[in-house]
Design a protein around this ligand. Structure first.
Ligand code: SAH
Length: 275
């Protein structure tokens, strides 16, 4: 898989090439990165990439031509490397929100992608319409540039490439099951007076799985009730799950499901009773 990133700050991408899982995966040849600086595709003495917005207003706007020329150079390099012209994806606060499903599909498709990073007030709309296939947002907030968003895309996609994770831990991560992940604990078994939940020390695999399922249900109900509704609509909750959810809703008066880790909470009590 290959990413070509159009960016005014190519040095920022050392964050993904030089660290952790993405570094290792790149060293294994699972993905490649090339960066394209729009400044290298300007023709004036000052290498100008931005200008003031038509119609007035604050800030500057990235001009279409240096971005278009950078995308064309990226496509040429992709073809030379044996790829078809990759989809062009602009990072944009106004784009379609990135999801786990989209990330997994992206990794499965493989191939090449061109990621275009905006700066300042954004990008000339004519470039977006003529050269960009898709705009992607990483959340409902505004970053000062598309680079961190592009790195979030790269990191999220690359960890799903076969062989990127040493152990296949992606199957039960947050979102994979339609729920958030259950909490994790490691040694020591008592830390500053706080013990690890006893279910995890039981050695009983079925009991541990049930405890984790209930923790995931409780956390999701509390933090992301929208995901519970989606999991229910998708047929991902069974009768036992529904009984547990009714239990915590009643235990907390319905409005405010209890904290996951509080051992005296209704969630923990119900989990213990169920087990
Ligand atoms: N005026 C724009 C914000 C520009 S921020 C607006 O109100 O929507 C500068 C650049 O940062 C954008 O062009 C985009 O590339 C990037 N960016 C900002 N927030 C982002 C987000 N949530 N997701 C993806 N990219 C984002």
């Amino acid at each position: 898989m290959r990413f070509d990133v159009v960016t005014l700050f190519p040095g920022m991408f050392a964050a993904v090439t030089d660290h952790g899982i993405t570094r290792r995966a790149r060293e294994l040849g699972l993905w490649q990165l090339a960066t394209w600086n729009p400044r290298d595709f300007t023709s004036d003495r000052h290498r100008t990439v931005d200008d003031r917005p038509f119609g007035g207003g604050p800030g500057m706007v990235l001009m279409a031509e240096p971005l278009a020329a950078a995308v064309e150079a990226a496509h040429t390099a992709q073809r030379t490397a044996g790829y078809a012209n990759g989809r062009v994806v602009a990072l944009s606060a106004g784009g379609r929100p990135l999801t786990d499903a989209r990330v997994r599909a992206w990794a499965q498709e493989g191939g090449a992608t061109v990621l275009v990073c905006g700066r300042y007030e954004g990008i000339d709309q004519r470039f977006l319409e003529a050269c960009v296939d898709e705009e992607v947002s990483i959340g409902d907030f505004v970053l000062s540039g598309g680079e961190i968003a592009a790195m979030a895309v790269i990191d999220a996609v690359v960890r799903h490439l076969p062989g990127a994770l040493k152990i296949e831990s992606a199957a039960d991560e947050s979102f994979a099951t339609g729920l958030l992940d259950a909490p994790h604990f490691t040694r020591p078994d008592v830390w500053r007076g706080c013990a690890v939940p006893s279910a995890l020390l039981s050695g009983n695999h079925a009991q541990i799985e049930r405890w984790r399922r209930e923790q995931a249900l409780a956390r999701t109900a509390r933090e992301r009730p929208d995901l519970i509704a989606a999991a229910r609509a998708g047929g991902l909750l069974d009768e036992r799950d529904e009984r547990f959810l009714r239990g915590i809703a009643q235990g907390a008066g319905g409005a405010n499901p209890p904290a996951v880790l509080n051992p005296s909470s209704a969630a923990a009590t119900t989990a213990a009773e169920a087990a």
